[in-house]
Design a protein around this ligand. Structure first.
Ligand SMILES: Cc1ncc(COP(=O)(O)O)c(C=O)c1O
Length: 424
């Protein structure tokens, strides 16, 4: 079967596209919302059609003018995933998207799709612990070398230096996470893209820039505007938004996405149709949720900054005017998001005391859901990275990460005050 669209044009704003683009109700008994297409396989109208769909899906020939591959098998494509992918790609200003079983499935399929033995990945640090583990421990087993450089100001220069040291002709992928989890350190996407473009031109082989946009995207940061080739998400977070689905997404140009789609098809790392349906539901409200969560987070960050037991608060709107991180925030982001990390006096023992005392915020990893969550990065999300390395990147024993949800601001203020009182 071929899918048909209601809004033939992508000219509407992403908020509007998130409600209707890519779905034709008359093909589904008039249902205004897409049903869950809980089917593993799709019926071809003829053997010739099946042949044509496979030729396009497997890249065996170029499509004729206006020709598109149809639905084949839910490991390759499924309407719930495709509608979601088209809507999110529009938000990211990218041509295509691919949905995965998790954020880690998205990142590892990107790595396995793009990298070959002998090649090099350069990544900023800190990044999410699972991504760090993949790059540091898993990829070297396949002959792929990884080098970490500090995120933040001048990260692009450090990436260029690392490339020179490792052999610039071996670099295939630069992976950055901005803002970084959990330090909120920002890396200049445009400056890193310039390094990738220079390496590509000098050695006549593509160096991809992939940006993990989980913390701010798709609302407050659009990496494609600054030259990123690939935009990656843990859709488990803000895009799913309700802490009830695990999923990941990559968006990019057709050419950049081709090897990643191939990896998804053959490794079988796609999301299932119900996850796609949940993501479609959630994408409708992502703009409203993220804006409201950021507004609350901004007020809480300010309150935390003034608390006598809080020694440091990492949050974009608290960056001093005139510092390079502040200037970058203003260039690259259109809002601060709702992830705050803050350090309490008294190290791990004090941080644990605070974490054990919240009454509204749940003590749980993950982020971006409607409910506020708190966790201890060093001993939880980033526990697979050595503490000595974490400390050099600002992830100290007293650091707590908070994901601000949709609860009432005054209740969250009370909750934070109450928890911090335990160490006062
Ligand atoms: C920034 C970031 N990227 C990727 C991931 C991995 O996503 P998932 O848990 O959906 O596999 C996470 C998970 O916490 C994350 O915070």
């Amino acid at each position: 079967m071929k899918r048909r669209h209601t809004h033939a044009s992508k000219d509407f704003n992403p908020e509007t596209l998130a409600l209707g683009y890519g779905y034709e109700p008359t093909l589904s008994e008039g249902a205004v919302k897409p049903p869950v297409f809980l089917t593993s396989t799709f019926q071809f109208q003829s053997a010739e059609e099946g042949k044509a769909f496979f030729q396009l899906a497997y890249g065996l020939r170029e499509p004729n003018e206006g020709e598109q591959s149809g639905l084949i098998y839910s490991r390759l494509n499924n309407p719930n995933l495709q509608i979601f992918e088209e809507r999110l790609a529009a938000w990211d200003l990218n041509e295509v998207g691919a949905t995965f079983a998790s954020g880690m499935a998205a990142i590892s399929s990107t790595a396995f799709g793009l990298l070959r033995p002998g090649e090099v990945v350069i990544a900023t640090s800190p990044i999410y612990g699972g991504s760090h583990y993949l790059l540091e421990k898993i990829l070297p087993r396949f002959g792929i070398e990884c080098r970490f450089v500090d995120a933040g100001d001048d990260a692009a220069a450090r990436i260029a230096e690392a490339a020179e040291a490792l052999g610039p002709e071996r670099v295939r992928l630069v992976f950055i996470e901005t803002p970084a989890n959990p330090s909120n350190m920002l890396t200049d996407i445009r400056a890193v893209a310039d390094v990738c473009e220079a390496l590509t031109a000098a050695h006549d082989r593509k160096v991809y820039l992939a940006v993990d946009n989980t913390f701010l995207g798709p609302i407050f940061q659009r990496p494609a505007l600054f030259g990123a080739d690939l935009v990656i998400y843990s859709a488990t977070k803000f895009i799913g938004g309700h802490s009830d689905v695990v999923a990941g997404v990559v968006t990019g140009s057709k050419a950049a996405m081709m090897p990643i789609m191939e990896a998804r098809t053959i490794l079988g790392t796609m999301a299932n149709p119900f996850a796609g349906w949940l993501l479609l539901r959630s994408l409708e409200t992502v703009s409203v949720r993220m804006r409201r969560q950021a507004k609350t987070a901004k007020a809480l960050a300010k309150m935390l900054q003034e608390h006598p037991k809080v020694t440091r608060v990492n949050y974009p709107t608290l960056l001093p005017e005139g510092c390079p991180q502040r200037a970058l925030y203003e260039r690259q982001c259109t809002g601060p998001g709702s992830l705050i990390s803050f350090e309490v006096e008294g190290g791990e023992a004090a941080a644990f005391k605070v974490l054990n005392s919240f009454q509204i915020c749940r003590l749980a990893v993950s982020l971006g859901g409607t409910e506020s969550l708190v966790e201890h990065p060093m001993r939880m999300t980033h526990a697979d990275i050595e503490p000595e390395i974490l400390i050099t990147r600002g992830v100290t024993p007293g650091l707590i990460r908070m994901s601000v949800g949709l609860e009432h601001l005054s209740d969250l203020k009370q909750d934070l005050k109450h928890a911090l009182k335990q160490i006062s």
